[in-house]
Design a protein around this ligand. Structure first.
Ligand code: GDP
Ligand code: IMO
Ligand code: MG
Length: 440
C-alpha cells in the first residue's frame, strides 16, 4: 500500500490512537514525527485500555516496525516505563522500535523550568502538560540540546550535560530553586543509555531503505492542527509542527512520500488546557459531552473543555494539511440530542469571518454563527453500514462534509476496533480493508 498520514484536525484527542491501531494491519511501519509524551493515544483491545504516549499506536500489532523520528522529543524514563508497561501486556519490544539518533532528549531541568514558567504566567498560563516538551524544543532551537545519538558516546554526553546543567543552574539559583548536579544527571542518563542504545538508529536512512523495499508507512500525528506552533492558536499551542510539514522535517523523508492524508475529526470539539475556544459550551450540553464522551485527558487526567462542532476550524485544518478525507470519531456521544449546533462562521465586530483566524485575541472575541441541526435517537454504535445510520446522523455528516469540503470516509461509533463503519469504496485505494477486517 501507499503511505498515509493520520492527523488531528482540532485541538488533539480526536481519537487518532483508535484509528491508527485500527488501520495498522494495512501498513508495515508506523512513524511518529513530532511531540513527545504530552500525547496520550488511547487504544482499547478486547476491553483492555492501553494509553500510548511516545511509542506509535501501531505497536499493539505484532510484526510492525514503530519509529520515533527526529522531530519527537524523548523522555528516556517515559519511554522505558512505556516499554515495561507494554511488555507487561505480553507485547514484545525488541527490534520493532527505532528511535532517531537526532531526536532531542527531555532532561530533568526541562520540566522544572516549565513548571516555573507556568507558575510565573499565572492567569496567562498555557496549561501545558508539564512534561518538559516546550523547554526541550527551546533548547533544540537554541542549538544546545542533547540528542538520543549522544547517548551512544558517553564522553560527548557527559560534556553536553555538564554545559547544560551549568547554564541552567545559573537560572535555578536566581530563582531560589535548588540546583542540579551534573554528575547525578549524567549517571542517570548513562543508565538510560545502556537500556535504550540498541533502539537508536538513523531513522531517515532506515525509512528510505524500507520504502525502497516496498514497505509502506503510516505517519502518526500527535496533538492536532490547532495546537501546531505555527498554524495553531499561538501562544496556546504545543511547541512542534503537528501539521503535515512536520512529517518531512520530523522524520527526514521527502514530502512526496506522504501519499495521502486522513484527517481525524471528533463529531464535536474538545480542548484541554488554556486558550481560545469559540464553540465551547458552558451550559448543560457541555457537561453531557464531558460525561458521555468521558472527556478526561489521557495524559494528565484533566477534564476536557467541550463544545459544538466548529466547521470554520476544521475546514482550516483541511486546507493546511491538504485533507480531503476524514475519519469521524465519537458521534455516538451525540446520540439522543434533539438538536445540535454546527459553527459555520465567526462574527467579529462588524464582519462575518469564514476563515479561521489564528490570533488568540480575535478568537477570544468572536461570536460563533451557528446552524441549528436536528439530532438522532441512536444508539448508533451497533450499526455496521453507512446506510444503516439514522437520517438525522446522515444529515449531520452531509452538513459537515459540505462545510469542510472533505468526505467522511470512516465513522468510529465506539472505542473498540469493531465499532467502525467504513465507506469502503473511498478507502479501498488507501487501505487493505480485507487485512483490517480480518484483524478486527
Ligand atoms: P488521541 O489523542 O487523538 O489518540 O485521542 P485520545 O485517546 O486522547 O482520546 C480519545 C478518547 O475517545 C479515547 O478515550 C478513546 O478510547 C475514545 N474514543 C475513540 N473513538 C471513539 C468513538 O468513536 N466513540 C467513543 N465513545 N469513544 C471513542
Ligand atoms: P494528543 O496527541 C490534547 C495541549 C496541552 C496544552 C498545550 C501545550 O493526545 O492529541 P505541551 O505540554 O504540549 O507544551 O502543552 O497543548 N496538548 C494536548 N491537548 N491532546 C494532546 O495530545 C496534547 N498535547 C498537548 O493541554 O494546552
Ligand atoms: Mg490524546
Amino acid at each position: 500500500m501507499a503511505n498515509l498520514l493520520v492527523i488531528g484536525t482540532q485541538w488533539g484527542d480526536e481519537g487518532k490512537g483508535k484509528i491508527i491501531d485500527l488501520i495498522t494491519p494495512s501498513f508495515d511501519i508506523i512513524a511518529r514525527y513530532q511531540g513527545g509524551h504530552n500525547a496520550g493515544h488511547t487504544v482499547i483491545v478486547e476491553g483492555r485500555k492501553i494509553i500510548l504516549h511516545l511509542i506509535p499506536s501501531g505497536i499493539l500489532r505484532p510484526g510492525k516496525l514503530c519509529v520515533i523520528g527526529n522531530g519527537v522529543v524523548v523522555h528516556p524514563k517515559a519511554l522505558l516505563d512505556e516499554i515495561t508497561e507494554l511488555e507487561s501486556y505480553g507485547i514484545e519490544i525488541d527490534d520493532n522500535i527505532a528511535i532517531s539518533k537526532d531526536a532531542h532528549l527531555i532532561m530533568p531541568y526541562h520540566s522544572l523550568m516549565e513548571r516555573m514558567s507556568e507558575e510565573r504566567r499565572g492567569a496567562k498560563r498555557i496549561g501545558t502538560t508539564l512534561r518538559g516538551i516546550g523547554p526541550c524544543y527551546e533548547d533544540k532551537a537554541a542549538r544546545r540540546g542533547i540528542k538520543a545519538g549522544d547517548l551512544l558516546d558517553l564522553t560527548v554526553l557527559e560534556e553536553k550535560i555538564q554545559d547544560n546543567v551549568e547554564e541552567k543552574n545559573i537560572y535555578l539559583k536566581a530563582q531560589g530553586v535548588s540546583q542540579l548536579s551534573p554528575k547525578e544527571v549524567f549517571e542517570q542518563y548513562n543508565r538510560y543509555a545502556s537500556r535504550i542504545k540498541n533502539y537508536i538508529k538513523d531513522v531517515s536512512l532506515l525509512l528510505d531503505e524500507k520504502m525502497k523495499d516496498d514497505q509502506s508507512v503510516l505517519f502518526e500525528g500527535a496533538q492536532g492542527t490547532l495546537l501546531d506552533v505555527d498554524h495553531g492558536t499561538y501562544p496556546y499551542v504545543t511547541s512542534s509542527n503537528s501539521t503535515v510539514g512536520g512529517v518531512s522535517t520530523g522524520l527526514g523523508v521527502s514530502p512526496d512520500k506522504i501519499h495521502s492524508v486522513l484527517g481525524v475529526t471528533k463529531a464535536y470539539t474538545t480542548r484541554v488546557g488554556e486558550g481560545p475556544f469559540p464553540t465551547e459550551i458552558f451550559e448543560e450540553a457541555g457537561k453531557i459531552l464531558l460525561q458521555r464522551g468521558n472527556e478526561f485527558g489521557a495524559t494528565t487526567g484533566r477534564p476536557r473543555r467541550c463544545g459544538w462542532f466548529d466547521a470554520v476550524a476544521v475546514s482550516y485544518a483541511c486546507r493546511v494539511n491538504g485533507i480531503q478525507k476524514i475519519a469521524m470519531t465519537k458521534p455516538d456521544v451525540l446520540d439522543g440530542f434533539e438538536e445540535m449546533m454546527i459553527c459555520v462562521g465567526y462574527r467579529y465586530k462588524q464582519d462575518l469571518l469564514r476563515h479561521f483566524p489564528t490570533e488568540s485575541w480575535i478568537l477570544n472575541e468572536v461570536v460563533p454563527e451557528y446552524k441549528k441541526v436536528r439530532g438522532w435517537e441512536g444508539p448508533i454504535s451497533d450499526l455496521k453500514a453507512f446506510s444503516d445510520f439514522p437520517e438525522g446522523f446522515k444529515d449531520y455528516i452531509k452538513t459537515i462534509e459540505d462545510l469542510i469540503e472533505a468526505r467522511v470516509v470512516l465513522v468510529s461509533t465506539g472505542m473498540e476496533r469493531k465499532d467502525t463503519v467504513f465507506r469502503k469504496e473511498d478507502l479501498r485505494p488507501w487501505l487493505d480493508l480485507e487485512k483490517i477486517e480480518a484483524e478486527l
